[in-house]
Structures are given as C-alpha cells and as structure tokens.
Design a protein around this ligand. Structure first.
Ligand code: ADP
Ligand code: MG
Length: 312
C-alpha cells in the first residue's frame, strides 16, 4: 500500500562535520530510497545541531577576529545549514534513485517555521549555542547584544536561545505540490528557520525549534499516514540502560503518555520524539508514528522492528 510518510532524520544520518556528512549521506540515502521504491510518498525532515553550531561558532569567531567579518544572525546560520545539508542529501538521494533507475526529482526547500511570539519559551531560553565565555565577557555580550548568557556545566558561559513550538510551515503549499507530483522534498531542516509573523512579513528570530516537533507538525499539515523518526536505536525502551530495560514494539497513546509521565525518556533526546509521535498519532484516526533506526526503516514500516505508537 502506498503511504504518505514524513521521515525525520537524526544526527546519526548526517554526522558531525562536512566530510563525515558527505560520506554518511550515501548510507542515509539507501533506506530512504527503499521507502520510495516500495511506492511510498516520502517527505524528508532532518536535524542540524552540529551543523548550525559549527556555522554559528565560525561566524562568531570570525567577526570577533581581525578578519572582522560581518555578524551573522542565528536564523541566517540556520538557513545556511539547511542549504548545505540539503545539498548533500539531495545529491546522495538523486544518485541512489539513478542507481535503481527510479525517475524522480529531489529538492530541498529553505523552510521557515512560524512560531508564536507569545510562546512561553521566549521567556525561558534553554538551548545553548556558540562559544564559551568568561563571566566578564558574558556580561558584556548580555549588555551589548541583549543575549541571555548562562553558566554551562562549569565550562563557562554560553548564549542560550528559546525553543518555541512550531505553529505552521510557511512553505507548506510548495511542499505539498511537489510531493503530490511525485517528487521527493527535503524540508523543515533543523526544525525550520524560526520566524514570527508581523503583518505580511515573516521575521527570523534567534531560536531553535525541536526537529522532532517540527517533523510532527509537518506530518499533520501534509496529511501524512506515517511519521517515521529515524535515530540511533531500533526501538524505544522503558527503564532505558537499566537491568530491567524493556524494548517496546507497539504502544498506545495512553501507554506512551504514562511512560512519559514516569520519566522513561530522556529530555532533549528520546522525550521530544515520543512527544511528537504521540501528538501525530492522536491528531487523526489512522495516523501512526514509528520510531526506529535509520538502517531499519523498511523493516520498521513492515512491522518487523521499531516502536509503533498508534491510537487503539
Ligand atoms: P537524534 O539525533 O536522532 O535526534 P538523539 O540523540 O537526540 O538522536 O536521541 C536518540 C537517543 O536517545 C538514542 O540514541 C538513545 O541513546 C537515547 N535515549 C534516551 N532515552 C531513551 C529510551 N527510553 N529509549 C531509547 N533510547 C533512548
Ligand atoms: Mg535529537
């Protein structure tokens, strides 16, 4: 059966630097093209943590050095990361499609994700970005640029930005049109470039939208059947890393919520995935979420592995 699938790629699909990424995307392309070859409509999303971190740090360092390059705002750094991740991904997928004689186009969209300027997250920035500074330097930056600077586990002070929830995807009609025409679309990279609406304008804000939440929102907006979150583990566990660890195959929304409440999923890694998976599965009858590893994507959709979250 042909499904419409939103696939969210994690850090292990892309690696930590441009050279690693160029190599890894060749492997990443395979399970994605497997899903395409099986007749599914695939829309891709991906993270950008190491990539946007590197770009932001390089830009920051260069602007503070003798080179004195212009300051690069954080949303622009996010846009740059979408560009070069998209370049590598679309290229690798294109080649894999050609290797299998599948005649489909693939393209990345510079994607803006609209957030609510009144989102509670803006009053409590939590995501550390950029370089480490001394207390003195941090105070100067806070004063000069209005940054929120916090002490990061004894290593110095870092800028933190908010992590608001995704409300809408600005380019959603473009994504739908391309996907419906049978093309493979790469979108909401790094959770999307966070923007707020000001009249007819969309204005970039320094923030990080969680890529799992953004992928879930995307899946709702395109009316997908499946949200597949591909990460480094085959399944989700309760009592993760403990002697009584238990890997989960299929769980209901109620069960998932109970496990979330009991603190089984680490905040910042597995918790946002389960949250996004639950939200999508609960959003409309027939929608399913699957969390599995990159390598097991096809096995997962065929019910052979992975953790499925479904309304039952
Ligand atoms: P990604 O880059 O794919 O978003 P993360 O590192 O953010 O990956 O999240 C996936 C990781 O979450 C897994 O590799 C695993 O180490 C960790 N994790 C935390 N809690 C759990 C759990 N309960 N079950 C499985 N994995 C978990
Ligand atoms: Mg993550």
């Amino acid at each position: 059966m042909k499904n419409k699938i939103v696939v969210a790629l994690g850090g292990n699909a892309l690696g930590n630097n441009p050279q690693e990424q160029l190599e890894l995307v060749k492997q990443t392309a395979k399970p994605i093209v497997d899903l395409v070859e099986a007749g599914n409509e695939v829309i891709l999303a991906h993270g950008n943590g190491p990539q946007v971190g590197m770009i932001n740090l390089a830009m920051e360092t260069s602007s503070e050095s003798e080179a004195n390059t212009p300051e690069m705002p954080f949303p622009e750094c996010g846009a740059m990361s979408q560009g070069y991740i998209g370049f590598h991904l679309q290229n690798a997928i294109r080649e894999e499609l050609k290797n299998r004689n599948i005649n489909k186009s693939v393209a990345s969209i510079v994607t803006q994700v609209i957030v609510d300027k009144d989102d509670q997250a803006f009053t409590n920035p939590t995501k550390p970005i950029g370089a480490f500074y001394s207390k003195e330097e941090a105070d100067k930056l806070a004063e000069a640029k209005g940054y929120t600077m916090v002490e990061d586990s004894g290593r110095g002070y870092r800028r933190v930005v908010p992590s608001p929830m995704p409300v809408d995807v600005a380019e959603i009609e473009t994504v739908k049109t391309l996907a419906d025409a049978g093309q493979i679309v790469i979108t909401v990279g790094g959770g999307g470039i966070p923007v707020v609406a000001e009249g007819n304008a969309l204005v970039g804000v320094p923030a990080v939208i969680d890529k799992d939440n953004a992928s879930g929102k995307l899946a709702e907006l395109v009316d997908a059947d499946y949200l597949i979150i591909l990460t480094a583990v085959d399944k989700v566990a309760i009592n993760f890393g403990e002697p009584n660890e238990e890997w989960l195959s299929e769980i209901s929304i109620e069960q998932a919520k109970q496990y979330m409440g009991e603190g089984h999923f680490a905040p910042g890694s597995m918790l946002p995935k389960v949250e996004a998976a639950v939200k999508f599965a609960a959003s409309k009858a027939g929608r399913k979420s699957l969390i599995t590893s990159l390598e097991k994507a096809s096995d997962g959709i065929n019910g052979l592995t992975g953790t499925v979250i479904v309304d039952k």
